[in-house]
Ligand binder design. Sequence first.
Ligand SMILES: O=C(O)CCC(=O)C(=O)O
Length: 243
Amino acid sequence: MHWEDTVQDYREQGFVHVPAFYSAEQLAQIKAAIEHYNQAVVPTVPESDVVFEADGQAIRNCWRMHTHDPFFAQLPAEERLQTLIAALVKGTPLCKGVETFNKPARVGSGVPPHQDNAYFCQEPPDVLTVWVAMDDVTPENGPVQYLAGSHLDGLREHTPSGVKGNSFGLTESVDEASASVALLTKGDILIHHCQTIHFSAPNVSDQPRLGLLMVFRGDHTQDSPEMKDAYHRARALLESSQS
Ligand SMILES: O=C(O)CCC(=O)C(=O)O
């Protein structure tokens, strides 16, 4: 497989859509593993590793799935994925997280505009997320939306967002109408750079919109002390708003 066009789109836009990355058979295996995880593993994970929607029932996010289930430790190691990610992160990919953004039908909540590096604090920002569409993604079920080219303008200031599962959002408002909307067929993947501004709306449809996310960094990236300071400032604000 040649990935030149994919790499070029990613570098220019800060995100790229790769259709049909996973076959129907692979997708069925991943879906079965997520269902098993939700039923058998979620009840055993610490409170910090699962977030529920406002109804207290539907799962919004699972975090650190690779540390709780060998299936999700293996999935990021697949050779074809590693080859592509190595070209994008400019080095040996290290998986730093496997997670879900479930966005269940009707109750799935939105995600405020943010840049992932406000959480990751990595320098250089050779860090990305592979977003696997487990369902078809339509305008109604809460597609991820990206501000193309925003990864080239550095990390902006973030403040507490008040959203459970996405505690930080951009301080400044963004022109959401100019965003590229990622409509997908299940089995497609999206890849976004850790400084690309993105967000998603609530799921107002009867169709679920499950995304499985794998986060990778190049093994050369490091914690940025300045970004960590900004992160701790935002966290302190969050904690004072909760006390
Ligand atoms: O799946 C979504 O709606 C948002 C995903 C997201 O915010 C992220 O990948 O950081």
